[in-house]
Design a protein around this ligand. Sequence first.
Ligand SMILES: O=P(O)(O)OC[C@H]1O[C@](O)(COP(=O)(O)O)[C@@H](O)[C@@H]1O
Ligand SMILES: [Mg+2]
Ligand SMILES: [Mg+2]
Length: 333
Amino acid sequence: MRRVTLTQFLIEQQRAGRISPDLRLLIEVVARAVKAISVNVSKGALAGVLGEAGTDNVQGEAQKKLDVIANEILLQANEWGGHLAAMASEEVETVHQIPFDYPKGGFLLLFDPLDGSSNIDVNISVGTIFSVLRNPAGGSEPTEANFLQPGSEQVAAGYAVYGPSTQLVLTVGNGVHGFTLDREMGSFVYTQPFMTIPVDTQEFAINASNARFWEQPVKRYVDEMQAGKGGPLGKDYNMRWVASMVADVHRILTRGGIFMYPMDEKCRAKGGKLRLMYEANPMAMLVEQAGGAASTGRERIMDLKPTELHQRVPVILGSKNEVERVVSYHLEA
Ligand SMILES: O=P(O)(O)OC[C@H]1O[C@](O)(COP(=O)(O)O)[C@@H](O)[C@@H]1O
Ligand SMILES: [Mg+2]
Ligand SMILES: [Mg+2]
């Protein structure tokens, strides 16, 4: 069978008029950075990359060495090339300007360099999530306000999952496409065209240790799922929680399911647990492009007008009928 690489796929997208040469370059550069992160993640203890970095990030969370390494790899790779005007990272407090005297590029890149940090030291899948917006600042240095665009303005979004194999999953607004890293060849091979999420599911993902903090609509929904066949939903459900959003969403894009990190009393003061610009928006774009839905429980995630770069939001995403059910429980409450 003829193998199609990411490069070939992107050239085809460009030829079809779906992406510009600059956006193609941007995605290629992100993919190259992801390969470098994958090498570091897979070496683990052999390269001395496990454990704490001894620093806190802007959110007051302890950074792992790999959080810092992945962040540096993405920043350095993307500074070069001229396709970007600026970057924003979960690990960096303010907008990261391009340190060269290039004309400003047409795009803004946002990322969670290493998602699922608590899983690094126990050798469970982690990932990288990214989002691309247009640069509205023209030739001047983009400000934080220039980044605060709703998710519906994203021109591309994707993630890499560093699991038994490294996969890159991407949308440029024309479906969701998956690629698997061929380590010997050093290239991403197109392995999952048009990934779709079935509208119904019998699998849910939530951190059940927070049950006592949940709001009533989420309690009701989880109780109903746990009641199984004899309950109001009339079917048995299975549960999975990797605690790496990338891995949980990847499972949902592969075989369906619903993922929830809802509002709860523990995270209410912060607005939620997951980050709007680096986690919720890019995953929402991918999930919607695959036929699923993504909501806070009360609003479509991609309709939110961001108020700050590191904003947090509740997230409920995946199989459409299930997400709509949880949303209806929130609206009834
Ligand atoms: O520790 P918990 O409550 O299970 O939370 C897990 C969630 O936190 C996250 O790890 C947050 O992401 P970071 O690791 O990038 O901070 C998500 O990937 C995951 O879904
Ligand atoms: Mg994360
Ligand atoms: Mg992270």
